[in-house]
Design a protein around this ligand. Structure first.
Ligand SMILES: Nc1ncnc2c1ncn2[C@@H]1O[C@H](COP(=O)(O)OP(=O)(O)OP(=O)(O)O)[C@@H](O)[C@H]1O
Length: 819
């Protein structure tokens, strides 16, 4: 059992899980430094390399590898003690499908799962050669088959993490004899059967992650026997029935996440869970009564349920509450006004309910509040003053009420006066009686309004859940992602340790960038400079500054940025926060600063540029980079609802990290508004109108075609080693000089191809890339492929290249960029 130092304990429960595994690993690394591994264990590691079909993290392993002293990375961590492996953590790069995709798709593709010859039993046999194993974490490796029960022969196992694979069947009862187990993470597989309550005999189990599987049935009352449970996630399963009241006896529970199941009826009293800080019950049919909750909660997500009646007054003593989402329920009456000014509240979403009444004109908003949404309710009276003040730090949404204001679309008074009574009556099945006493005119308005509200509610909830369901590769709920301090390192390995997004003040940005010092300038684009900066915890960031002329409501811009802030994908540069500052004395001119993850190895264009002191990128590396960038853009097009298009795709917007992992930046900025530069050089940000092909200035393109076209240029650039030459760009049909030269009857013209790759690049691989590039650049817009097709073809080209390279060179000399 790994111990936690007294000092760490003082820091509080929230770091306990983190400390447990990391202290384990640190101890293991310290003890392991001088170890020599037995030859049986070396053979088993090599067997694993073969079984797992050489994921990039294990590609260089050979008999000569000093396994116990490999530097730990986010994809591989091995520790030894007394000649034994005690920690084995491998994170692969197989694409993580959603549960629905896993069921609907024929997922035989090599980038999703291991081949048919794989056997989970052989995997277990190889692992059992490490009898002292304490931490086993095999994530995103495409492992399929049943969970091997024989792993119960690992008596020291404390952490077992098989997240984001394709394990099927039920959780073996034999796991109940893993007496040392503390963390079990089986989320994002295709496991089925009932909730494995037999694990309640494990005395040390404190973390159980089972989200995104196909577990069925109800939660048994024996759940209370998980005596030491601190974190339980069961999101995205098929669980039904009532939550057992015995759940309130899990006295150590800190995190409970049951979203997107089919639970129903009233939620039991959770007030006795004195340690519970994170509660996510989103997307069930809980209700109608509002449950009793403990006032130590930090995050409460109960949106999209069937809660009715007033919002309880007890929230007024929730001093730690940071996020409260009660949207898409049937809550009615006036909300407690103190809710709006709770000291810690950052996100308050009460939208799409039946809340009514007049909010005080002097309603005060909490200083920490970043997002307030009370839209689509039945509020009347004057708009509280605090909601009328423009703020660059808060996003305030109040449309679709009956406030007396011209701001944000409001409904006529009759809509709100008739509706609360009617909707309340509707929910209590007395609609007929009430309709009889309400005038015909009001009834007509109400019927139309109900219809509109239902359609709107359906669309919004659908959009909301799809948006939330995708865009994370970890299988972890996005609310949970934003709450990373609760996540154990087991799950965190699937993320890139990205800090929470936030709104920055100008002063903070000045501190971060040393007063926007010229020394910190990373580069300059069309709209302004990009600076390097540092957050308080030392994390490096990029701060992009742009002058914007906002003819539209500033909240539209904020809403769009809030959307971009939620996007997380390993091939997209994460936006971490922003600052919107009005220019002094100017009505419409603002300065927008976007703070993003810092990517430290330059742009694809700079890496392709020839210099004497650096080696050129190999063809395989180029392919891995474009596959990665393609996946990022594909995610923007089809992984989000609504998709994000027109992303200014070019080789200066593809950044690379130290492992040559491609990350697309600057997405979502051009496509949603038409950019035009005024005579004063300011970027004018307007509502979406049309999309303009940057290469063919006259062309009007829609949706994804322009990104695909621009991606064609990226592909040409990796082939030529420099941007393609466009002859006469302003002609009716601008011509790309090299395009025809590149393919002559599908035979590449080696004389125009970048000399750095000639000789190592396989003709079939090159021809595949040229072929798909030509399609991307097709004059006929309808002939352009989707990003999905493009990525598929590029992966094929990479596979062809890799197969040949493997035959030509010994495995441990191959270096690959990660995708
Ligand atoms: N997140 C980041 N991490 C590291 N460097 C960055 C980051 N974002 C931008 N840069 C650097 O700043 C430079 C300027 O970026 P910017 O996006 O403003 O312009 P651009 O991509 O060169 O041109 P455009 O304005 O057409 O997009 C980039 O070329 C890159 O070197």
């Amino acid at each position: 059992m790994c111990s936690v130092s007294p000092k760490s304990v003082k820091q509080g429960w929230k770091f306990l899980v983190l400390l447990k595994v990391s202290s384990c690993c640190i101890a293991c690394i310290l003890f392991g430094l001088a170890d020599a591994l037995s030859s049986t264990q070396i053979q088993s590691l090599l067997a694993l390399q073969k079984l797992l079909e050489r994921p990039s993290a294990l590609n260089s392993w050979s008999l000569q590898t000093d396994f116990c002293n490999l530097p730990p990375s986010s994809s591989l961590n091995i520790s030894c003690s007394d000649g034994n492996i005690i920690v084995l953590q491998i994170v692969g790069d197989k694409i993580s499908l959603s549960v629905e995709q896993k069921f609907n798709a024929n997922y035989t593709e090599a980038n999703v799962r291991l081949s048919d010859s794989f056997s989970s039993d052989s995997l277990a046999n190889a692992i059992l050669k490490f009898p002292n194993l304490r931490v086993l974490s095999l994530v995103s490796l495409g492992i399929w088959g049943v969970l091997p029960g024989k792993l119960d022969r690992l008596p020291s196992l404390q952490v077992l993490n098989f997240s984001s694979n394709l394990f099927s069947g039920s959780v073996p009862q034999r796991f109940a004899s893993l007496g040392s187990l503390e963390i079990l993470a089986l989320d994002n597989n295709i496991l089925n059967g009932p909730f494995p309550d037999w694990l309640n005999v494990l005395p040390n189990l404190d973390t159980l992650y089972l989200s995104s599987n196909r577990f069925v049935g109800s939660l048994p009352s024996s759940i209370s026997l998980f005596q030491n449970l601190q974190s339980l996630t069961l999101d995205h399963n098929l669980l039904t029935g009532q939550l057992p009241s015995s759940i309130s006896r899990l006295k150590y529970l800190q995190l409970l996440s049951l979203s997107e199941n089919m639970f129903a009826d009233n939620i039991p009293n959770l007030g006795s869970l004195r340690n519970l800080q994170y509660l996510n019950l989103r997307g069930n049919s809980f209700g109608p009564d509002f449950p009793i909750l403990g006032n130590q909660l930090v995050s409460v997500y109960m949106q999209s349920n069937k809660l009715a009646g007033p919002i309880p007054r007890f929230f007024q003593s929730f001093y730690n509450l940071q996020s409260l989402d009660l949207s898409f329920n049937s809550l009615s009456g006036a909300p407690p006004f103190t809710l709006f000014s709770l000291p810690s509240i950052r996100l308050l979403d009460l939208s799409d309910n039946q809340l009514s009444g007049v909010l005080p004109y002097n309603l005060s908003l909490g200083t920490a509040l970043v997002l307030l949404d009370i839209s689509s309710n039945f509020f009347t009276g004057p708009l509280p003053r605090a909601l009328t003040l423009p703020s660059s730090e808060k996003l305030l949404k109040f449309q679709e009420n009956c406030f007396v204001t011209a701001l944000q679309q409001q409904q006529p008074q009759a809509y709100c006066q008739g509706m609360p009574t009617l909707m309340a009556a509707h929910s209590s099945h007395h609609v007929g009686l009430i309709v009889g006493v309400v005038s015909g005119v009001v009834a007509m308005i109400a019927v139309v309004a109900i219809l509109l509200a239902t359609i709107r509610s359906f669309n919004r909830s659908k959009r909301g859940s799809s948006l939330l369901a995708e865009h994370n590769t970890s299988g972890v709920q996005p609310e949970l992602l934003s709450y990373t301090r609760y996540l154990s390192p087991v799950i965190k390995t699937r993320m890139t340790d990205i800090p929470q997004s936030r709104v920055f003040s100008l002063q903070q940005l000045e501190e971060m960038t040393h007063n926007f010092s010229q020394k910190e300038v990373l580069g300059e684009g069309q709209h302004g400079q990009v600076y390097k900066g540092w957050l308080e915890d030392g994390t490096a960031v990029a701060v992009k500054s742009m002058a914007v002329d906002l003819r539209q409501d500033v909240t539209q811009l904020q809403a769009h940025i809030e959307l971009l802030l939620k996007i997380r994908h390993r091939n997209l540069v994460s936006l971490l926060g922003y600052c919107l500052e009005r220019e002094i004395g100017q009505q419409n001119y603002w300065h927008l600063f976007l703070v993003s993850e810092f990517v430290d190895n330059g742009t694809l264009r700079s890496k392709l540029a020839k210099t004497e002191d650096k080696e050129s990128l190999s063809w395989s590396q180029r392919l891995d980079i474009v596959v990665g960038a393609g996946k990022g853009i594909q995610h923007l097009h089809s992984g989000l609802v609504p998709g994000i298009f027109n992303n200014d795709v070019n080789t200066t917007n593809i950044l690379l990290d130290q492992n040559l992992l491609a990350k697309v930046c600057d997405f979502g900025l051009a496509g949603h508004w038409q950019d035009s530069q005024g005579s004063d050089g300011k970027l004018t940000v307007q509502k979406p109108t049309t999309y303009i092909d940057v290469n063919h200035q006259r062309r009007k393109l829609g949706l994804s075609e322009m990104d695909v076209y621009n991606f064609g240029h990226v592909l040409l650039e990796i082939v030529l080693g420099k941007p393609a030459t466009i002859e006469n760009p302003y002609a009716a049909k601008p011509k790309i000089k090299e395009l025809e030269l590149l393919i002559t009857d599908h035979v590449p013209r080696w004389d125009v191809i970048d000399s750095a790759v000639v000789g190592t690049c396989m003709a079939e691989s090159l021809a595949t890339v040229l072929d798909i590039a030509a399609k991307c650049l097709s004059e006929d817009i309808s002939a352009r492929p989707s990003m999905e097709d493009v990525v598929w073809n590029l992966q094929y080209a990479a596979q062809v290249q890799e197969n040949v390279s493997r035959e030509l060179s010994p495995p441990d000399t191959q270096t690959k960029a990660r995708t």
